[in-house]
Design a protein. Structure first.
Length: 86
C-alpha cells in the first residue's frame, strides 16, 4: 500500500509535536536571537548535526523546535561552589 500525502504530513506533524503538546517553532534568525548568537552559528550547528531543524516543504525556510534549541545549552559550574578541603 502506498503512503498517501496526508500520511506523510501526519508523520511530519508527529515529529514536530511531542507528547501531544505543540512545540514552538523558531526561524534561524529567531533561534539566534534567543541564544544571543549569530544566524551563521545556528546554521553551523544544524550542518554539524548538533541542532535538529526542519525544512518547510518546497521552501528554503528552516524551522527549529524550541526544545531542540534549549538542548544546545550546557550547564556551567561556578568557581564559588568548590568543595571544602578535607
Amino acid at each position: 500500500m502506498e503512503t498517501s500525502r496526508s500520511d506523510k504530513q501526519q508523520a511530519r506533524n508527529n515529529d514536530i509535536h511531542s507528547n501531544g503538546e505543540e512545540r514552538q517553532l523558531l526561524t534561524v534568525e529567531q533561534a539566534a536571537q534567543n541564544l544571543q548568537l549569530s544566524a551563521s552559528s545556528i546554521r553551523s550547528c544544524i550542518r554539524q548535526g548538533k541542532l535538529k531543524a526542519f525544512r518547510v516543504a518546497g521552501l528554503r525556510k528552516v524551522l527549529i523546535a524550541h526544545p531542540e534549541l534549549l538542548a544546545l545549552l550546557e550547564p556551567t559550574t561556578s568557581s564559588n561552589t568548590q568543595q571544602p578541603a578535607a
